[in-house]
Write a protein of this length. Structure first.
Length: 415
């Protein structure tokens, strides 16, 4: 159980006591998101290779010594994390790199990596005695928060863009959230949520704004390291929207280093959709500031024109000696069946965007022949069936007649 020792602004470095009711830096405004740090020396005494080898928990709470909750009492009873890491020899061979691993975070309880953040967020809300939690989301953070709020007996008020995929909206309603569909896209939903959270005083689960949520997401990196028996990979690919996941990954690898468990951090490659790439643009320009612009992409989960965690995201890519790249919607869509057919993992469009970025860099010879690569699949394919259907052909339709079936199928399927 770790009580964070300090919060510090990612832009100006100003420090805050975790007891102060700040979410972002008052000097830097919403851009000044906060880093959470712990007493790593004390934490290392209870969290190390030996303690983990004996740890019975098979979920993200195995890393509770560096998670910002004060005890196990407030942990919602819904298993999150410890998702599988598959090795794909086929993809490594096809794309000419040493090893390829798929981290399937679509296997989390509500179907996306966001569950790691919601688990921590809901624990924090319970610890603070809050009754209502709220967020704005392109969809997955919303369904995730609704699920975890349901187990914890909290009310959730959720703001999503009107055009969010039906499966995600259905999830929200099934979990009993108060759902507000907002016209005008994710940016408008975020703005309205921020105002409403202020006005009603609900617990804020907006990932960039609430510094503790990236702490949940960092456990994905910790699991990758542990599942690879602490032999840190060379490169990790992940989709980027608001920039919280990439920030969490970097933080996870960094915390392991600070704990003395590992000795390095992999290059982290953030992949954005061409139509929603403000962080990538700033990275390429070497700029210290991200310019917001309208977003348009088939990958709804990363259709973010005003990324809230841009400063931490830029830092993650830069300090890990990584990259930020873009892929087109066609490259995203074609990555869905290729990943499913080669590994059995079905990702939503944003879920396979990291893989699409990997293919592009491998094709350009930018990944070493002996390098070990991890691709994070951030969301399950069943979240966005319309998107998936755009990536494949239509099935045949026949009468229940064997001769007709023979004609339709042709000779291609003979043995
Ligand atoms: C939220 C999300 C992302 C992007 O994460 P950010 O923290 O917004 O950068 C990528 N893929 C999926 C499936 C998501 O739900």
């Amino acid at each position: 159980m770790a009580i964070p020792v300090e919060l510090s602004c990612v832009l100006c470095g100003r420090r805050f006591d975790p007891c102060e009711p700040v979410l972002t830096c008052p000097d830097c405004g919403l851009d000044g998101t906060l880093d959470v740090t712990y007493d790593y020396e004390s934490a290392a005494k209870i969290l190390n290779r030996a303690s983990l080898a004996n740890c019975k928990r098979r979920d993200l709470w195995r890393y509770i010594a560096v998670l910002p909750v004060s005890g196990e009492e407030s942990i919602p009873d819904l298993a999150v994390g410890w998702t599988p890491l598959y090795r794909s020899k086929g993809l490594a061979e096809k794309w000419g790199v040493g090893e390829v691993y798929i981290k399937d975070d679509g296997r989390n309880p509500t179907g996306s990596l966001k569950d790691r953040a919601s688990a921590v967020g809901v624990s924090k809300a319970l610890e603070a005695g809050r009754k209502v939690v709220s967020c704005a989301s392109t969809g997955n953070a919303a369904s995730s928060l609704a699920g975890f709020a349901a187990v914890a007996g909290l009310k959730s008020v959720i703001f999503v863009p009107e055009e969010a995929p039906h499966a995600k909206v259905a999830q929200l309603l099934v979990y009993g959230a108060e759902v507000v569909l907002v016209r005008g896209g994710y940016e408008k939903a975020f703005d309205l949520a921020t105002q409403a959270i202020d006005a009603w005083g609900w617990y804020n689960r907006n990932c960039a704004i609430n510094p503790y949520l990236v702490e949940g997401k960092k456990t994905c990196a910790m699991e990758i390291a542990e599942q690879l028996e602490w032999d840190i990979p060379d490169v990790v690919f992940v989709a980027v929207g608001d920039g919280c996941i990439i920030s969490g990954l970097y933080k996870g690898f960094l915390d392991l280093l600070r704990l003395g468990i590992t000795d390095r951090v992999p290059r982290i490659i953030g992949v954005q959709a061409e139509g929603a790439a403000p962080i990538c643009k700033a990275f390429r320009k070497g700029s210290g500031k991200v310019e917001f612009a309208p977003a348009q992409t088939v990958a709804d989960s990363i259709s973010v024109g005003s990324p809230r965690n841009w400063a931490k995201a830029l830092r993650a890519a830069r300090e890990s000696f990584g990259e930020m790249i873009t892929v087109t919607d066609d490259e995203i869509l074609s990555a869905i069946p290729e990943l499913a057919r080669s590994t059995g993992v079905f990702g939503e469009p944003a879920g396979v965007t990291g893989f699409a970025g990997f293919r592009k860099m491998a094709e350009q010879g930018l990944i070493g022949k002996n390098e070990r690569v991890v691709l994070i699949v951030t969301g399950n394919g069943l979240k966005d069936i319309e998107g998936a259907k755009r990536s494949v052909g239509a099935p045949v339709v026949v009468n229940a007649d064997l001769d007709e079936l023979r004609k339709v199928l042709g000779d291609g399927l003979g043995i």
